[in-house]
Write a protein that binds this ligand. Structure first.
Ligand code: SAH
Length: 368
């Protein structure tokens, strides 16, 4: 932990704009919605487009930055509206500089974790979709403080625009987005969909759907729904165990949506979208890491357009699990690939020194 550089505690003034409930927040509005909102001000429609550009493409966090608007207009806007862009509460950077974890304030009652990872293949951002999580997975830190509320589409978008601005300042760009932070995205379906669609809009980042991966604990009806949306996002499914008995023990959601149904939904998603589905499988030492488990997992996925992403358990203080030894992970991988011909990789651990496992940073600093 010595290498980490936590920011100083935020001063109370830094969050006042989130408490300014007298003014309407315009962050997250489309140009059309902005034009409607601005209508009492009698502005020409192109002003709404200009403002949208500032909000999403240039990441402006206040009206003063919008330098192609007159000073007068900027001050009228500031008198009437507020921009609820993300605000850093705390940040931690891994010693190797590859992972940055941010606790971001998104509104007066919501602060979530967002993680920026620099891979050799590009910059990837992990966004949260809920404050806390209701799924109760036994190995996950996000579940520890329960569920507070869904994030709005604008609040999810704010995390991306924050990272976009940060990278832009360093003459870099955001290449991929993983919807794998705190929360279960398919339990916040409408807002998550709206977020992905907005991100794809030309007035926002024109972000490719193929650059987005959504991870779910297996909310079966919404996997089918997502498959029919006609947006080619990548789907990752947190399977984590090959049998109902074990999966129900570590993921209570399995009692509602058991393994066979989850895998059938994953197959449907792959068949419909022609995108390869990724099954995530946390390796928990002595629990789900035997060769027999790998055999069963391979049997489940045989013939599917699917790959397996093995994730050695990322230590969470309050959880009793341990990661298997590296050799054990390697053996599990080999069973899948060499014995059964299943495409599989072991996820490279990133940011262990910044508590990058879901929910850990927020937990250290319990704030709404
Ligand atoms: N709710 C979604 C997305 C969030 S979690 C889902 O369940 O898929 C993203 C991934 O990290 C999931 O596969 C989750 O099971 C896994 N994860 C959670 N806690 C972890 C831990 N301590 N170590 C390793 N992976 C973990």
């Amino acid at each position: 932990m010595e290498n980490l550089k936590p920011l100083p505690e935020p001063s109370p003034q830094r969050t006042t704009r989130f408490n300014d409930t007298m003014k309407k927040n315009i962050f997250g509005l489309s140009p059309t919605e902005l034009a409607d909102t601005f209508s009492p001000l009698n502005l020409p429609p192109f002003r709404a487009k200009q403002v949208a550009k500032w909000l999403y493409q240039k990441g402006a966090t206040d009206f003063a930055a919008m330098t192609d608007l007159s000073k007068e207009l900027r001050s009228v806007l500031a008198d009437n509206f507020v921009i609820n862009a993300a605000e850093v509460v705390r940040e931690l950077h891994s010693a190797d500089g590859a992972t940055s974890k941010f606790l971001l304030r998104l509104s007066a009652d919501a602060a979530v974790e967002t993680v920026l990872m620099r891979h050799d293949y590009g910059n990837s951002l992990c966004v949260s979709t809920q404050v806390g999580c209701a799924m109760g997975c036994r190995f996950c830190a996000s579940a520890l403080n329960g569920f507070a509320r869904n994030l709005t589409a604008a609040e999810i978008l704010a995390q991306v625009i924050f990272a976009h601005r940060l990278l832009q300042a360093a003459k870099q760009k955001l290449d991929t987005i993983v919807v794998m932070g705190m929360g279960e995205p398919l339990m916040n379906y409408d807002n998550v969909l709206k977020f992905m669609r907005t991100l794809h809009e030309a007035y926002a980042l024109n972000f490719s759907y193929r650059g987005i991966t959504l991870s779910t604990s297996g909310i079966v009806p919404n996997i089918y729904r997502l498959a029919k949306e006609n947006i080619p996002v990548n789907l990752a499914i947190s399977l984590h165990a090959p049998t109902d008995e074990l999966r129900s023990e570590i993921m209570p959601v399995n009692r509602k949506f058991p393994v066979a149904e989850v895998v059938a939904a994953g197959k449907y998603y792959g068949d419909t979208t022609k995108r390869r589905v990724t099954y995530e499988y946390i390796l928990l030492g002595g629990i789900n890491d035997s060769e027999r488990d790998a055999d069963k997992l391979a049997k489940l996925l045989k013939g599917q357009l699917a790959g397996v992403n093995l994730i050695p358990f990322n230590g969470v203080n309050e959880r009793e699990f341990v990661a298997p030894a590296a050799a054990k992970c390697e053996a599990f991988l080999k069973t899948l690939t060499d014995k059964h011909g299943i495409a599989a990789t072991v996820r490279r651990e990133m940011g262990a020194d910044v508590n990058a496992a879901c929910g850990q940073l927020r937990r250290q600093q319990i704030i709404p």
